[in-house]
Structures are given as structure tokens and as C-alpha cells.
Design a protein around this ligand. Structure first.
Ligand code: ATP
Ligand code: MG
Length: 218
């Protein structure tokens, strides 16, 4: 059974006059890698919103691990929590993801919400901050960081949840050389660990390196 399956999904924004996604089908096995391509405005971010249960198809179905993900399914808060814990979603604009007063608390937010013991929360958080080279920013306010630093914090906050699937919207955009290298190495090891990855990127080199299936939206 595929982990992620869209069956002829159509989605139109409430304000929109025509569908952004039309009859889109795709299927991805656990451990697979899908690279999303397409021009600005082709619907990559919209597709990610559907995959994360933030927007619901008006036609067609979205199944995650065999469950149909729709409004009714996610209205059960226990199921919604379990679903969101399994998918780590890095927004295209990480600003909208940051709401804690300290970088450390931002990255620790997910595992704390899950009710993990504080010792485990601290271990995971420190690991993830180190992974993206931002351990020294622990006490800073995310709000006052640079764009690339914010992106690193948002990535750390996604990974402390230890998700099964990573969905990354333009992960390299705004990162400096060192940040790009850190993230690229991490994504290669993520793939090697047999974890599932979906990334939208305009960068050919990342798509080549990850050697995933490519889906081009038009
Ligand atoms: N909140 C919204 N309300 C109405 N229309 C929207 C909304 N967000 C996006 N759109 C429209 O949906 C279409 C697809 O946008 P989307 O953000 O999914 O594209 P994208 O492929 O991610 O583009 P980019 O490469 O610029 O990130 C665009 O025409 C956009 O104008
Ligand atoms: Mg986008």
C-alpha cells in the first residue's frame, strides 16, 4: 500500500475562479522520494497544503497510510495529532512557522506538545539545533533572526518531531553555502535511512542528488 496517494484531486481556492490542482493523481511508497517542479504559481505549495491537511480537495481523495484525510477525519483531535506528528512540513516562508520567544523553545515545541519527558525534549532539541549549526542561537528570539537563520530554526523545529515524512517547500532558498551543505548532507542521510521525502525545488542540483521521482506541475 502506498504511504501517500492522491486520486484525481481537484482544488480551487475559495477566492479562485479556476482549479489550481486539477485531476491530480500520485502515489508514493514509504521510503520514496518525490521532487516537485513547476513554474511560479503552478501549485506546488497548494499541493503541500493538501498533503498536510491544511486544504481539502473539492473532488478526489487523499489517502495517507490508507486513511482518507478529509475535514471529518482531522476533526478528531487525537487523529489529527497523530497525522501531523508523522509529517514534518517546512513552509516556503518559515516566518509564518515561528511563534516562540526563544529559538530553543521553538525547536522544543513539538516534542513538548507530544508530552515527551523534558530530558528527551532537551536531547532532541540540542541535536537538531547542532545539526543545522544554530546551537549558539538557542537563547535568541526567532523573530529577530535573519531569513536564513529562521529557516534553520524552522527546519530544526520540524525535525525534533521525528516525522516519517518530510515535506520541504524550497528548502535551499535563502540558505548560505554552509547552510545548503548542511541541509543537503542531511537530506542524503534521510534518504539513506529509508525515510520519505517530498521536496519542491527549483534547484536542479538538489533534484539530481536526491535522485527522486520528478513530478512537474503545469
Ligand atoms: N491563498 C490563496 N488564495 C487564492 N489563490 C491562491 C492562494 N495561494 C495561492 N493562490 C494561487 O494559486 C496558484 C498556485 O499557487 P502556489 O503557491 O501553489 O504556487 P507555487 O507552485 O508554490 O509557486 P512558487 O514557485 O512561486 O512557490 C497561483 O495562481 C496563486 O495565485
Ligand atoms: Mg510555492
Amino acid at each position: 500500500m502506498p504511504l501517500i496517494e492522491l486520486d484525481r484531486v481537484t482544488y480551487t481556492y475559495p477566492e479562485g475562479d479556476r482549479p489550481v490542482l486539477r485531476d491530480l493523481s500520485l502515489s508514493l511508497e514509504g521510503g520514496g522520494c518525490l521532487i516537485l517542479r513547476g513554474d511560479n504559481g503552478s501549485g506546488k505549495t497548494t499541493l503541500f497544503r493538501v498533503l498536510n491537511g491544511l486544504a481539502f480537495p473539492e473532488k478526489g481523495t487523499y489517502r495517507f497510510d490508507g486513511e482518507t484525510i478529509d475535514r471529518a477525519y482531522l476533526s478528531d483531535s487525537r487523529r489529527a495529532r497523530a497525522f501531523h506528528k508523522r509529517i514534518g512540513y517546512l513552509f516556503q516562508n518559515p516566518d509564518t512557522m515561528l511563534f516562540n520567544g526563544r529559538v530553543f523553545d521553538e525547536a522544543a515545541f513539538g516534542p513538548r506538545q507530544m508530552g515527551l519527558p523534558e530530558e528527551e525534549v532537551r536531547a532532541r532539541t540540542e541535536d537538531c539545533l547542532k545539526l543545522f549549526g544554530i546551537a549558539d542561537l538557542s537563547d535568541k528570539a526567532p523573530y529577530h533572526l535573519s531569513g536564513g537563520q529562521k529557516k534553520r530554526v524552522a527546519l530544526a523545529a520540524v525535525l525534533t518531531l521525528n516525522p516519517d515524512v518530510l515535506i520541504l517547500d524550497e528548502p535551499l532558498a535563502g540558505l548560505d553555502k554552509k547552510g545548503r551543505d548542511l541541509l543537503t548532507d542531511f537530506l542524503v542521510s534521510w534518504r539513506e535511512a529509508g525515510k520519505t521525502l517530498i521536496a519542491a525545488t527549483h534547484e536542479e542540483s538538489l533534484a539530481d542528488l536526491l535522485a527522486g521521482r520528478v513530478l512537474t506541475l503545469t
